[in-house]
Design a protein around this ligand. Structure first.
Ligand code: ADP
Ligand code: MG
Length: 259
C-alpha cells in the first residue's frame, strides 16, 4: 500500500478535487482505495452521500463501489491514524489517501508525515502560486524537524485546473509567446518547484466530481447506455490523464526494502 496526502495553506486550490482525481484513477486501475477526509466542512466530507443524492439526468446511476473505495472522517488521534493505516494495509488496500483542511495546522503536519507522498495542488495563477511556494517552504520546515531526513515523505506540487491555452503551452503544442507576461512568469515559477510533469486540466467533470463519484465508475456506467456514449468518451479522456498522474506519482515513492 502507498499513501498520499495533500497540503496547501490556501483553500480552494484543488486539494479535495486532486484526491478524487487520484481515487478515480486508482479505481480505473482496479486498485483498492481508502480515503480519509480531514475537511471539517461537511459539504466536502460526504462524497458517497453527495453521489447518492446527485441527479444524473437520463443516465442510470450505479451503486457506490464500496468494495473498492471506502471514505471515512478524521481519526481522533494520530495514533489512531497509524492504526487505521496498518489495518487497511492488512485488508489488501492499495492506496491510502488523506485530504487535509486548508491552512497551516499542527494536525496537518502530523498527518502528512504518516504518508509516503505529499501533494501541493496549485492553479497556474499568481495568487495560488505564491501560496504553493510558501507551502513548499512549510513542508521543508517540517522535514527539518525530523531526526532522520530519510523518514521524510516525498513531495510534489501538482498543477490543476489548467485552462486549454496554458495546457497547450505546457504540452509543447503552442509557443510560450502566446501567453501574456503574467502567465509566463507563473510558468517560470512552476519550473522552479518540484512539480509533477502530468497536469490536471480544467474540466467540468472534475468540477462535478462530487456528483459523478469516482469518474471511472461513472464512465463505465455511461458507456453502457446509448445516451451516455459521448459523456463516457469525454470522461475517459480525463481518466487517462488522471491515470498518467497517478502512475507518475506512485513511481516517486520508493518500494519498501525487502525484510
Ligand atoms: N481540475 C479542475 N478543473 C476544474 N475545476 C476544478 C479543478 N480542480 C478544482 N476545481 C474547482 O476549484 C474549486 C476548489 O477546489 P477544491 O478541490 O474544493 O479545493 P480545496 O479542497 O483545496 O479547497 C472547486 O470549485 C473545484 O470544482
Ligand atoms: Mg477541500
Amino acid at each position: 500500500m502507498k499513501s498520499i496526502s495533500t497540503m496547501m495553506m490556501k483553500g480552494g486550490s484543488g486539494k479535495t478535487t486532486l484526491i478524487r482525481v487520484l481515487a478515480s484513477a486508482a479505481l480505473a486501475k482496479n486498485m483498492k482505495v481508502h480515503l480519509i477526509d480531514m475537511d471539517t466542512d461537511p459539504q466536502a466530507s460526504d462524497w458517497p452521500e453527495r453521489f447518492r443524492t446527485a441527479p444524473w439526468g437520463n443516465l442510470e446511476k450505479p451503486e457506490w463501489p464500496s468494495d473498492k473505495l471506502t471514505v471515512a472522517g478524521p481519526p481522533t488521534t494520530i495514533e489512531e491514524l497509524y492504526e487505521i493505516i496498518a489495518q487497511k494495509e492488512g485488508e489488501g488496500c492499495d492506496l491510502f489517501l488523506i485530504d487535509t483542511r486548508p491552512g497551516a495546522h499542527q494536525d496537518t503536519e502530523d498527518l502528512i508525515l504518516a504518508t509516503d507522498l505529499v501533494l501541493i495542488p496549485t492553479r497556474p495563477e499568481q495568487a495560488d502560486f505564491k501560496k504553493a511556494e510558501q507551502t513548499v517552504e512549510w513542508f521543508a520546515a517540517i522535514v527539518d524537524t525530523l531526526e532522520n531526513a530519510a523518514d521524510a515523505p516525498q513531495m510534489r506540487t501538482v498543477l490543476t485546473a489548467v485552462q486549454s491555452k496554458m495546457m497547450a503551452v505546457l504540452t509543447g503544442d503552442l509557443d510560450i509567446s502566446a501567453l501574456n507576461p503574467r502567465d509566463r512568469e507563473v510558468l517560470d515559477a512552476i519550473a522552479s518547484l518540484p512539480h509533477a510533469s502530468t497536469i490536471i486540466p480544467y474540466s467540468k467533470y472534475w468540477i462535478e466530481i462530487a456528483a459523478w463519484g469516482p469518474l471511472s465508475i461513472a464512465a463505465d456506467a455511461a458507456a453502457a447506455q446509448s445516451s451516455g456514449k459521448l459523456t463516457a468518451r469525454n470522461m475517459r479522456d480525463q481518466i487517462a490523464a488522471a491515470e498518467a498522474l497517478l502512475d507518475e506519482l506512485l513511481a516517486t515513492v520508493p518500494e519498501p526494502e525487502e525484510a
